[in-house]
Ligand binder design. Structure first.
Ligand code: HEC
Ligand code: HEC
Ligand code: HEC
Ligand code: HEC
Ligand code: HEC
Length: 216
């Protein structure tokens, strides 16, 4: 008896089923992959700034402490941004004719702060606090990377919930003596684990994984 469907239709049917299954899998997987990409988390993306401020010159060449400019980082939730007056403390004398500092001079004489654009940002429904991290021995470099080597600051950590929790589950792996928090080159070497555990014990570091630690 002649079959109703030609022989090739079997193959066509299998291909169609496979396409539906694969399509379904892709529809589920694609957004899961997407949220983890640098494109979505903004990692390594350059951010336009009103002044081409270069951390390399200021931190490496001139050895200015992070806390000179980000002065609330040890006592407040936010790190704080330097005022124009602080810049002019040096730049009314050094490079005071430089076109690259035009915006800084204008800001100073018109008494309007420079509108720096955010590089690192967590959503408003997340509570973050610098002081607690810095005082419990988490170094700037652990979250922000080698800022002292960046011509323009970029976000190097994904700053997703998974990333925060990864440390919060076992913070002792990432701790250093609080005296070394701004040191970009501090390295405990093979002793890292022992030192981390010691810091955790001395400062009574907790493992904060309950939702209300960060969502309050
Ligand atoms: C403690 C002194 C000091 C402070 C404070 C300071 N700078 Fe500088 N800045 C320097 C020095 C020194 C240089 C030259 C560095 C070099 O070329 O090695 C420089 C260079 C610059 C340049 C490059 C100028 C050019 O023509 O190449 C810019 C832009 C700049 N600073 C912006 C700022 C801003 C914005 C602030 C405030 C947030 C600031 N600086 C605070 C000392 C300072
Ligand atoms: C002379 C002042 C000065 C010093 C010293 C300085 N910074 Fe900055 N920092 C700035 C300015 C101005 C900006 C904003 C422009 C930019 O992003 O480059 C900034 C931006 C940043 C940002 C990005 C902020 C955001 O929006 O997410 C980080 C992170 C940062 N600094 C970390 C550091 C660390 C870590 C150190 C010490 C190793 C340091 N800074 C030293 C002036 C300074
Ligand atoms: C545990 C990770 C972590 C550590 C350690 C850390 N930061 Fe941050 N930093 C962040 C996060 C997250 C933000 C974004 C905060 C927000 O959106 O409210 C941020 C934002 C900033 C900003 C932008 C202004 C602000 O306060 O939001 C600056 C400047 C900055 N950090 C500098 C520093 C410096 C300097 C140190 C070391 C003394 C440091 N940070 C240590 C995670 C960290
Ligand atoms: C490298 C390690 C590390 C990373 C990354 C990190 N944290 Fe923490 N966090 C700590 C440590 C250590 C403490 C101090 C715990 C304690 O109080 O004993 C802390 C404390 C906190 C607290 C204080 C809670 C309270 O009760 O005051 C908040 C809020 C917090 N972290 C939010 C965040 C968020 C949000 C992120 C991600 C954007 C983050 N942390 C990333 C190590 C980390
Ligand atoms: C250590 C800090 C921290 C803790 C603890 C934490 N979260 Fe989050 N959560 C975050 C951060 C940071 C984001 C924002 C992530 C982003 O912007 O990609 C976030 C985002 C979220 C979102 C928005 C959806 C998403 O994935 O972006 C939900 C829902 C959420 N958290 C629920 C929870 C629940 C439920 C718990 C407890 C089991 C919890 N969180 C514990 C830091 C934390």
């Amino acid at each position: 008896m002649a079959s109703v469907f030609p022989r090739w239709s079997n193959t066509a049917f299998r291909i169609a089923i496979a396409a539906v299954l694969l399509g379904g899998a892709a529809a589920v997987a694609a957004p899961m992959i997407y949220v983890r990409t640098d494109w979505n988390t903004g990692r390594n993306r350059p951010v336009q700034q009103p002044v081409q401020f270069d951390h390399r010159h200021h931190v490496q060449d001139d050895a200015i402490d992070c806390r000179f400019c980000h002065s609330t980082v040890e006592r407040a939730g936010t790190a704080g941004m330097p005022s124009t007056t602080l810049c002019m403390g040096c730049h009314s004398q050094i490079w005071n004719q430089s076109p690259k500092l035009e915006v800084v001079r204008n800001s100073f004489y018109s008494n309007t702060p420079i509108a720096w654009n955010r590089v690192t940002d967590v959503p408003d429904f997340v509570y973050f606090n610098h002081a607690i991290h810095v005082n419990k021995g988490v170094g700037c470099v652990t979250c922000h990377g080698r800022v002292d080597q960046m011509p323009d600051v970029r976000k190097v950590s994904p700053m997703t919930m998974g990333w925060c929790l990864d440390c919060h589950r076992a913070p002792e792996r990432h701790l250093r003596p609080p005296s070394a928090v701004v040191d970009m080159e501090w390295d405990a070497g093979p002793d890292a684990e022992r030192i981390g555990r010691q810091v955790a014990r001395e400062l009574g570091v907790r493992r904060l994984v309950h939702c209300s630690a960060c969502h309050r």
